[in-house]
Unconditional design. Structure first.
Length: 557
């Protein structure tokens, strides 16, 4: 081994060992030449699992799925040049969703930057708007100073791997040739670990006491990456507080009597809601109607998030507490009880009546929601449903009650890119069914390659209405009527049976709800269930449901 190779080996093997020490157990690698040192170091580490994905954009979303499934930081490795730029959508998603994505972009050495060398773009700070930490590593030189830089910078970066401040970080890694480390030196790859810090905070509830004595109070719970919320349920029970629970929070499936699941449909059906105060916990909810109400209400707004990055949307809170929900509600256990039983009873009665009407409606419905309601009946507590953005997540928001399975989605940036890959990454660690529309599926068909190469089992429910169904519910439908279909409907006319065969999925097509209701989801191999629907019919059936629910909401709360 020559001197340059020795220096390179010591640097990258030490770097990967430090990644492992801070909790990284999986690395998604997109092949390339300049990333050879990192790829070999990760592959040779005895406790590191590597995944190979040739499409960097899909690879990054696959890594997000691994994070969701394992609750651990996951690293990405790519070569230099525009390969790194393909990570941007997933980095943005991980930033807003606060997922610990460790981005490792290989780079040309400094002397080859900005001089016209091939595969060399400016990669330093390229994700500056979205990462919590970034550092341009030095070239391997065999000195202790370089190893110290790795040690110090990874220690700084590790604060974003767990806890309330977690999110993506970026190391730019320049390498000179020769690019091949000595893979026989596995003695340099260690498996030591570090203990990461715990985070706790207490509050003084005194400023809130007068606010919380008022009658009309609501707890609104958004996505919290499935954190423990037992103290929230205890508080709601003791103080008779309705809980408006987003489908991405496990509270929605607890069957707790205070949980309200039908609020979006109630608001769409004319509910005139008044409240004195709102305790909002976690991320903003999926429901556009509830967010619109939050924006215009004069209710005192209390926001609780286990993060320093405050999500002020849809309205700046009057009070903000950077702490876990359990710590917050535990701190309120000294409050005097307030009589809210009548207030809570109104909500519970509406919820019961709405569920009955929705259930009856769905048994007769032949639209997309009819298919989705039958899908929900097929899933149990061992399942997880990964839901695409646009119409699928909104239908789940309306129909997800009396269910035992978990619901996941990419609700950071709310994009349709990378949905297939994220779901497949999660399916590595958990049982996953994907619910997705045709445009989102088309957008990430490349992601299916990971299922074929690694035998990752996942069933896919593809709702094909030949275009963007959500636009039928937006003002563009009327305002841009002459141009609507071309600019917003965007029909593709694709037959996805060919995609299923290309990536070794079984395939079934359905054009009537009854037939789909009888089918059992494949437990042995991945199957693509393509459901053919009509956008216009789907819109009309939704309007009928709103009219039926209007009978439930004729009382102002």
């Amino acid at each position: 081994m020559d001197h340059a190779q020795q220096q390179l080996t010591e640097q990258v093997f030490y770097f990967v060992s430090e990644l492992y020490a801070y909790g990284v157990r999986e690395v998604v690698i997109s092949p390339g030449s300049r990333s050879t040192p990192l790829a070999i170091a990760c592959e040779c580490h005895p406790e590191m699992k590597t995944w190979i994905h040739p499409d960097e954009r899909s690879a990054a979303f696959f890594a997000l799925g691994l994070i969701k499934g394992s609750q651990r930081p996951v690293a990405l490795v790519c070569t230099s040049g525009t390969a790194a730029a393909n990570y941007l959508p997933a980095v943005a998603e991980s930033h807003i969703s606060r997922l610990p994505l460790v981005v490792l972009t290989s780079d040309r050495p400094h002397e080859l930057r900005e001089v016209g060398a091939p595969q060399a773009i400016n990669q330093v700070n390229m994700f500056a708007n979205y990462v919590h930490f970034q550092f341009d590593m030095p070239i391997a030189d065999g000195t202790q100073y370089t190893l110290d830089a790795i040690r110090y910078q990874l220690q700084k970066a590790s604060q974003y791997f767990v806890g309330p401040h977690q999110g993506p970080i970026h190391f730019n890694m320049p390498f000179r040739e020769p690019l091949t480390p000595d893979w026989s030196r596995t003695d340099l790859l260690t498996t030591h670990t570090y203990t990461l810090p715990k985070y706790q905070k207490a509050i003084d509830p005194t400023p809130l006491k007068q606010t919380l004595k008022q009658i009309k109070g609501l707890i609104i719970v958004g996505d919290m990456q499935h954190q423990d919320v037992s103290q929230l349920l205890t508080f709601a029970t003791e103080y008779d507080m309705p809980i408006l629970a987003d489908p991405l929070n496990p509270i929605r499936r607890t069957q707790h009597p205070n949980v309200i699941a039908t609020y979006d449909l109630l608001l769409r059906s004319g509910l005139e809601l008044e409240a004195d105060f709102v305790i909002r916990v976690g991320k903003p909810v999926v429901s556009k109607k509830l967010n619109q109400w939050l924006k215009r209400t004069n209710a005192t707004h209390i926001l609780v998030q286990n993060s320093k990055d405050i999500d002020a949307f849809p309205k700046k809170p009057d009070y903000f507490y950077e702490m876990s929900a359990n710590d917050f509600f535990r701190s309120l256990n000294t409050l005097e009880s307030t009589y809210r039983k009548v207030w809570l009873k109104h909500w519970q009665q509406m919820e019961l009546q709405a569920r009955e009407k929705i259930t009856y409606h769905q048994k007769q419905a032949l639209d997309e929601a009819g298919y989705i309601s039958r899908l929900l009946d097929k899933l149990d507590h061992t399942d997880n449903l990964f839901v695409s953005n646009s119409m699928p997540i909104r239908d789940i928001d309306n129909l997800y009650f009396d269910c035992e399975f978990g619901v996941y989605a990419n609700r950071g940036a709310n994009g349709i890119d990378g949905v297939v890959s994220t779901a497949l990454g999660m399916a590595v660690h958990q049982k996953v069914t994907l619910l997705i529309g045709d445009i989102a599926f088309y957008h990430d068909m490349n992601g299916l390659l990971m299922s074929k190469l690694n035998d990752i089992h996942m069933n896919i429910i593809l709702v094909n209405n030949d275009g963007g169904g959500i636009f039928s519910y937006l003002p563009q439908k009327e305002a841009a009527a002459p141009h609507f279909e071309r600019l917003f409907g965007t029909p593709t006319g694709l037959d996805f049976e060919h995609a299923a065969h290309l990536y070794h999925f079984c395939y079934k097509r359905f054009s009537d709800v009854q037939s789909f209701g009888y089918v059992e989801l494949n437990a042995m191999s991945g199957t693509l269930y393509e459901i053919i629907t009509d956008r216009a019919e789907n819109y009309e059936v939704h309007q009928t449901l709103y009219e039926q629910l209007s009978e439930v909401v004729n009382v102002t709360l």
